[in-house]
Write a protein that binds this ligand. Sequence first.
Ligand code: GDP
Ligand code: MG
Length: 597
Amino acid sequence: TPLSHIRNFSIVAHIDHGKSTLADRLIQSTNTVADRDMKEQMLDSMDIERERGITIKAQTVRINYTADNGEDYVLNLIDTPGHVDFAYEVSRSMRAVEGSLLVVDSTQGVEAQTLANVYHAIEADHEIVPVLNKIDLPAADCDRVAEQIEDVIGIDASGAIRVSAKTGVGIHETLEAIVQHLPAPKGDIDAPLKAMLVDSWYDSYLGVIVLVRIMNGKLKKGDRIRMMQNGSVHHVDRIGVFRPAMTEIDELGPGEIGFLTASIKQVRDTRVGDTITHEKKGCDKALPGFKPAQPVVFCGLFPVDAAEFEDLRDSIEKLALNDASFSFEMETSAALGFGFRCGFLGLLHLEVIRDRIEREYDIDLITTAPSVIYHIHMRDGTMQDLHNPADMPDLTLVDHVEEPRIKATILVPDDFLGDVLKLCQDRRGIQLDLTYAGARAMVVYDLPLNEVVFDFYDRLKSVTKGYASFDYQMLGYRTDALVKMQVLVNDEPVDALSTMVHRDRAEARGRAMVEKLKDLIPRHMFKIPIQAAIGGKVIARETLSAMRKDVTAKCYGGDATRKRKLLDKQKAGKKKMRQFGKVDIPQEAFISALKMD
Ligand code: GDP
Ligand code: MG
């Protein structure tokens, strides 16, 4: 295809504004997929993604479109993840395309992720076509939303296309706008091969699949290619495009997006953002690469049944093969035995991986409280990263502690503004800005990441009845008065319940935690003290009183089956418990104890 007849684009939107539905409609209306093969949300391929209605990995589809001018075009759509955890993936896929459709729900207007994502598009120098979606709904207010796009984002929305991805209205206009308003890619077919490694993932049949965008030159089946970052050479055994099913073709030219396979064993052997060229007569200057995504949230994953440790290792290694942003190392906990300390891009990423281990590998897990990475500056002048509060060095050796901070942008209707400000204040936030974006307040806060990772998003949704939207970016590290709080159950420290807290909040946090644990831990035959302590000093204490727990005592005499049933139940319940000294602590206690409400 000549360059002038290629258009590469992505769709940016806030979650639920209709990105996937619009993508489906574009695919369907161009007969890219036969109607009988069309299922909803073509691009959200993983089960969990479909279930949760989110896209995690960038997905690609090549669409053939005959425009009103009679010419045939190739349109390449890269669908990007819509969740803040994966913002990094969004910004990098944007570098592979020249334009974006900005989809805004015309009943809702601009939201926090609309802003975050459109800024990625602007940074990547995209031409942007605004699309007002869901015009079939009575609450649609296109004029107001178009005005808001101009006010808040500062792009011309007078020509915004009015669309119902549901009914198909405006889909033809959208396709025409892509052809007419988005620029064709540039590139030189005679220059040495220069291709951007946009993404890679593991496929159990084909091995590692590499998504590439060709900048210059031609990539053919059988070529010997070189990854410019580490110099490794591979033999290309397949080239193809997504329609959206994988379809092999013979070559890819400038401006085109497609995949290659080259008997690469591990996703880790490919570096996203790397430049691919030919082994011989390669290009001499690589594209500016991008930094790898860094995990920011850490937690421990332990098997409920210690016998499943090897299975857990196996499942974690398999998942990591396909996800370079997920990190892990072995961890031993006095309380929980053998497990892994794992790093994630955010809470959603954590949940997705945990779900997959539990469902696809059928392993019951204990997840410890998520934590961020602290910088511990020692008195001897050295600095160490702390991934696990349980490993906090002795306080007498520590000079000061730094924690990561974020810049959070929250859009919220006026009515709930007070609640949002209070929530941010409670989480040690510093207000940076408060402006109005149409009928909504836009609040910008500097917040400690550790106050956000756990349940901030849930709290925000609940205090605003779901009306607030949220996005964040990392700001860097700052010193604060942080200490390690320990929890002792029956006088024994439970390392998996250790957390870093701000000194001023420690007492309140400690009290809340022991009160919660008192409810979460079942009564035993003896009484159990539950304490929170900082450096040996107890700051809160509760006592769980004793009881008899012989459940069968309730069955008088005869009914043996009922007795057995009750005992079985007790045993099953016990499997979900962990013993600490003489005390059983239920699995959900480790997370619930840390919720702050
Ligand atoms: P995404 O999160 O941006 O990918 O959003 P989806 O495409 O999953 O859409 C979110 C919800 O809005 C789904 O329930 C869709 O069926 C619905 N939806 C999408 N487009 C339209 C539309 O044009 N009209 C109406 N009424 N509903 C729509
Ligand atoms: Mg979607």
